[in-house]
Design a protein around this ligand. Sequence first.
Ligand code: 5AD
Ligand code: FES
Length: 352
Amino acid sequence: MYKTLIDKLSKESFLTKEEYLSLIEHRDEVREYAAQKAREKCDQVYGKKIYIRGLIEFTNYCKNNCYYCGIRAENNKCERYRLTKEQILECAYIGYDLGFRTFVLQGGEDPYFTDEILSDIIKKIKTKHPDCAVTLSIGERSFESYLNLRKAGADRYLLRHETANKDHYEILHPANMSFDNRQACIEKLKRLGYQVGVGFMVGSPGQTYEDLANELIYLKKTEPQMVGIGPFIPHKDTPFAEKTAGSAELTTFLLSLIRLTLQDVLLPATTALGTVDYLGREKGIMAGANVLMPNLSPSSVRGKYLLYDNKICTGDEAAQCVECLKRRILKTGYEIVTDRGDYIQGSDKNEI
Ligand code: 5AD
Ligand code: FES
């Protein structure tokens, strides 16, 4: 019966909320079948290729206070750092030599990084490496700011919506942050022609299975080019320190449902997934993910960008992670490729 639902999803790439919900509730019975179908679908679109994106975590200053996040402003145990422009460019150049053709500039919401400073960095990366894509992951900004950064050459933007349920959003965030503003930012990014990535945590405090079913409806409606999901993992110096972590098992099942719902979407097997389960990233790929985002930040700061406890790869050099990932992925029968890995239908959306 649940297999039939997976077949239907595979064929029609959409289910009702009730159908998604019953799959989530009975996932033990269909997990493997769903993964197999999701993997087949991914192979049809992307072949045996796994794309890598080089993550540069360039600032852990953040003005926000999301209850779940280790770099929240009020965490005064967090040792703050900002990479200099030169350090950021150096990371990109090292990454280029390692084969990366997409750089993700990720940071907290740090007012120090004005449009002017960021534009200069983006332009320098794009001038030196015109064959590369630049992705930003720096939170909520104004339309004008998103426009400036797009004009400077940014191609893509990751802004997880965190939850599609407004009441749940308010459980995860203080009152000065708003669900509506987050959604408005995602709309702005789409209008400006960014390839957009959204996403949410699995098993975050207050999240129900019904919320997860709604996430799939939301994703279908929003049609992002990328979806980043990972288990919620508590961080010891946050208000959610005592909450339970999300599971790799539920995360990988959702990866399969997302793959079958948005067939050609770019779907990372995240670091958080690799943190809750030693083989989490491999399992993610076997369930339908097709992107990995290893860290290119200098080793001196890696241990400081801690959104959650026990994060993996904080002691490794970029080159070590790439080698490690290549070995791990080869074992799954897949292969890491180094082209830009654009969203397969998205190249026409690239022009401003
Ligand atoms: N556990 C897992 N993921 C987290 N994020 C932030 N804090 C945590 C945590 N404790 C995710 C959020 C954010 C992204 C950068 O990392 O979804 O958007
Ligand atoms: Fe970083 Fe394996 S991916 S050490």
